[in-house]
Design a protein around this ligand. Sequence first.
Ligand code: PEP
Length: 258
Amino acid sequence: MKKLWIGTSWKMNKDSDSAQAWASAVLPRIEKLHPQLQPFVIPPFPYISSVSSAFDASVMKVGAQNMCWQEEGAFTGEVSPLMVKDCGGSVVEMGHSERRAQFGETDETVNMKVHAALRHGLTPLVCVGDSGKEKRWGVSREAVIKQVKIALYEVPDHQIPQVIIAYEPIWAIGESGIPATPQEAESMHFAIRRALRELYGADLADAMTLLYGGSVNLDNASNLLDQPNIDGVFVGRTAWNASGYVQLLEIANSKFSS
Ligand code: PEP
């Protein structure tokens, strides 16, 4: 049965002490989770090693917030898939709207990174999202599906189950974000699933993990997780302190207790 993924990216926050403190506080709770829950954390690069050594990799997945599509060479400032693995990372986030807007990430580079991650057995976590303007213009679906299709260009059937898509509406992310309602999120997830079905057939598409991210908090997480096409949440601010993250895990865990 499909797992419910509950994860956070710390973005460019924390130092080594607070990274360790987060891991130590989360660790005891992680060991008692329902096996169908998949926790994950994506620290900044310098803390991937220490955070991944704090956890059993079979329980908590640790990832990187970006990655180069090349293995090695003259790519100053970049981090390769081999390095991510070497540090204990197994997931790679790519295409986050902040990277698209501020660091030149494009649909095409996301596609190259998807292939690089898959070549090295890493899980690509592809972020896609519509802007506020696209929402107002009524073209959100087209915008998001285009990002999904280019990200998955030439990804073969046998590799597709390893790819995770996170729908992160730009208008919902961060301090000024307004969270998507569970209905809005589900409607986009349904559209993404339908596009995936057209590309890969129902069985493979239905087996894929689709996460929602954008101002997920302790009040809206439960309803979001109840939506049929939402297979987990990808969380920023609410999960940066260990207690917020643990409470999100409790909410997700309660879905399996009845
Ligand atoms: C994000 O930036 O991807 C995100 C989900 O952040 P937040 O939960 O803080 O809106």
